[in-house]
Design a protein around this ligand. Sequence first.
Ligand SMILES: *Cc1c(COP(=O)(O)O)cnc(C)c1O
Length: 373
Amino acid sequence: MHEATAATLRIDLGALVDNYRLIQHAAAPAAVAGVVKADAYGLGAVEISGAIFDAGCRHFFVAHLCEAMALRPHLPPAATLYVLNGLHPGAEAECAAIDVVPVLNSLEQVDAWSACARTLGRSLPAVLQVDTGMSRLGLMPQDATALAAQPHRLDHVDLLLLMSHLACADHPDDAFNQQQWASFRAIADLFPGVPLSLDNSGGALAMRPDHGDLVRAGIALYGGAPHDSANPMHPVITLDAYIIQLRRVPAGTGVGYGLAHRCDRPSHIATISVGYADGWPRNLGSVGSAFIDGVRAPIVGRVSMDSMTIDVTDVPDHLLYPGAPVELIGPHQSIDAVATQAGTISYEILTRLGRRYGRDYLPVPIAASTGAL
Ligand SMILES: *Cc1c(COP(=O)(O)O)cnc(C)c1O
């Protein structure tokens, strides 16, 4: 327990590595890249990258150049770090200077990167992203065709990967996945010999004979369900708040802002140490739950900024005292369960995790930490 903090976030690096291996097994012979954007979905990019590097991971993706600048010094030289959102106009020299690989998303970015390489008098690595139907990032197929017909535009650019992104990977049976793979292969024929990367977590864990050369896994590494069927991943985090104060109130008492909850019986109310400023969804007020030693304690009333109130009338008294731990995410409540109740996805629950938590990283057990020796 971190007494000075809002709650204790425990991050199990052994479970993370187990998930890395599970994805590796599902996607083989494709390699697995760790997507560590947004501070590894809130779990800590430095710690997460280090643990999967030791398990053999050599490819890492962030979204922004600033994330790459922060992470690069912590990664060994053997790690390749890619920037998904591409090259911000004017940032080419900065990008080239710090040994990161931009994902080029337009012909303008291709030309700018090639020009930067010419200026520096050396070739520069890049990923070329094509849009295979998601309408988000990447060259349109006709731009890719035009580029393939003018190969000089890639002078001094060393293409490490051709990539695209799946729109419907969380539904493995959606026919659009096949359609995107087919479009991707057609474009790949224009760039022979360049390794291919299309699948994210959902794609990597879908039953498909071929996953290309590199899958880009985020949510599945962190224990979230990669798609809409049973979740094969190991849970990676637990989040324990603690009881700040307890009170017994008569039936009819109002609780919290707006007195949004009225006790319908004499009730035992605990105020716990996490609120919406800690990333706990405010719309779980009077909807969500906490658990104390496995006993459900419903959230009553609105979620405040720094605390919320739970009804502990049905929880045995010996478990209730100031400082007692209260499970918000753990064996009784997964990140996907919290997300479903809050009307969102596990990605959002993770990336909102509070900065006021004490973080404990459980190390990878010695026997499991082989792979890169
Ligand atoms: C975020 C992201 C990923 C990782 O997706 P998950 O569903 O978390 O595995 C992969 N590729 C791209 C382009 C992304 O933006």
